[in-house]
Every structure is written in C-alpha cells, then in structure tokens.
Write a protein that binds this ligand. Structure first.
Ligand code: CO
Length: 294
C-alpha cells in the first residue's frame, strides 16, 4: 500500500517535471477542414464554394480550409487549371504542423459512401497519434444524409425548390450518382421519403440502383405529361451536364423524350440551393461542439 503511494507520488512528480521542462502551454487553435469530392467543371465549382462560405459564415472567427477526396479531379485541375487542392491527409498534416489543435473535418458528401469511408480512415488513423504530432481534438462531421430526419430535410428542401415542376401533371426525376458501396441503399430510403412527402419525385442513379429503367417504370404508373430532371448531387458537374441532360441519344433527357415525355432539366447542384449548405452547417455545429472550440 505504502509503496504504491510512493510510486504514484513519484510518477506525478516526474510528469510535472516533464511538463515544466518543456516550459510551454500549448495554445488552442481551432480549424475547420471542409472536404468535397471535387469537380473539374469550373462553372460547377460554385456549389462547393457555397458550402465553404456557409461554414465560414457560421464560424467567422475560425479558419476554414478546403480539400478534395478525388485524386483524379485533383490531378486534372492541377494540370488543366493550375489549381492545387490538397487531399484531406495532406491538408490535415499541414494544419497539424501549423499548430491547429482542435479540428473538425466536415464532408460535403451526400451519403456515408466510399469517399466518406476513406475519409473516416484518414481521420481515425490521425486520431491515434498523441504527442506533438497529434491533435487534441479531431472530429469527423456527418455527411448530409445520415439520420432519418436528414432525409426528411432534404426532401423538404427539394420539394420547396422543385415542387413547382410537379404541378399539372409534371414529375421531377432526381438523378443521384449511385455506387457499388453498400450505402447505395441511401437512394431507396430517399425514394421512400419522397413517396411519403413529395410523391411526384422519382429517384434514379447513374451508376447504381434504382436505374433509368426503374425510373421509367415508376413514371408510367403515375400519369405524367412533363418530366423535369434535376441532379441529386452537390455539384452539377459532368453527370448532370452530359449523362442527365446532354444532347447524346443515351442521355436521360433524350431517352425520356424518346419515350414521349415533354422534358427539361435544371443544371444546378444541390450545394447551390440556399438550404443545403444550412443543413450541412447543422451537422457542422454538432461537431464543433464535440471539438470543444473556445
Ligand atoms: Co461519377
């Protein structure tokens, strides 16, 4: 018993000595790292900038930085546009080196898919570092669609933005990206939420399930005269401009027109709708609380 106390006292003394020996108290420095997939379409970049600005507006005293998860996009814009955007790993390393102690990593991604999982691996691995190369707090924010309430919020936002196209026999076809990652089930949950709150919205994906055939099957059971296509992607990039609404025969707009519908398209990323950055900021606020910003 006595020896345990002696050892404990000695340990405390040693630790205190070590702290004094270093002679400084680390200053808290807060930061937000926004993470987007990225885009190589310059006129589509506005959607990402809107998200960053919303974060900066919500936390005016905190530095907000931007990184891209897509290496293909990062390399392309560096080569073609001379723009350098770091990966989350590089961006966080720089922030750590510059003395940031409390950092929130906030994705602009819609769902917890492949990009989000890979981002989570980066954040989790950096969290295991203590000592002078570590952060005091490193918090990973949630993607746009995480809880059931998030789905309801997104459906509400899209209904307010595009519900006008469903009047007098219209339907809105929402084009998501789609993925081979298990999070592809996001789109089925999104459709079910639309079914309940905005039933003239039909969800399809470019690269996953449901696809355009499912969209057409649903439309044919709905008595639709007019179809408006909108992307369910943060950025209205290549998929929105080509696969969704491009002039080629195999674009969704061409195929639906060929099937007899009057069609048009809105080339606008979700990030450009005023309410989407605000939904992201809600998630950001929760993470900032966790990161104990002072
Ligand atoms: Co794609």
């Amino acid at each position: 018993m006595f020896s345990t106390i002696v050892v404990a006292v000695m340990c405390v003394a040693l630790l205190a000595g070590a702290a004094f020996a270093h002679g400084h108290v680390k200053q808290q420095k807060n930061g937000i790292l926004m993470v987007a997939f990225g885009t190589s379409v310059p006129e589509a970049r506005v959607a990402i900038d809107d998200m960053v600005q919303a974060a900066q507006k919500a936390f005016p005293g905190t530095e907000v930085r931007l990184s891209f998860t897509s290496n293909i996009i990062r390399r392309k814009i560096k080569k073609e546009q001379g723009i350098t955007i770091d990966t989350p790993l590089i961006a966080l390393s720089k922030m750590q080196d510059e003395g940031f102690t409390n950092v929130v990593v906030q994705p602009t991604h819609i769902m917890p898919g492949e990009e989000y999982s890979e981002l989570a691996e980066v954040v989790h691995s950096l969290k295991t570092i203590s000592g002078k190369y570590g952060f005091d707090k490193l918090i990973l924010g949630k993607p746009l669609l995480y809880t059931t309430d998030d789905y309801k919020a997104l459906v509400g936002i899209m209904e307010r933005a595009y519900g006008k196209y469903t009047k007098s026999g219209g339907a809105v076809v929402v084009m998501g990206h789609g993925t081979s990652h298990p999070s592809n089930s996001t789109y089925s949950q999104l459709q079910l939420t639309f079914d309940r709150y905005a039933p003239r919205f039909v969800v399809g994906t470019v690269e996953g399930f449901p696809d355009l055939t499912d969209v057409q099957n649903k439309l044919s059971g709905m008595k639709v005269s007019h179809v408006t296509l909108v992307p369910a992607m943060i950025v209205a990039g290549d998929h929105a401009r080509n696969d969704m609404s491009g002039p080629d025969d195999d674009s969704w707009i061409s195929i639906l027109r060929g099937a007899g519908y009057k069609t048009d398209a809105v080339i606008e990323g979700l990030g450009q709708l005023d309410e989407i950055p605000l939904l992201m900021v809600q998630h950001l606020k929760a993470s900032v609380k966790e990161a104990a910003f002072k």
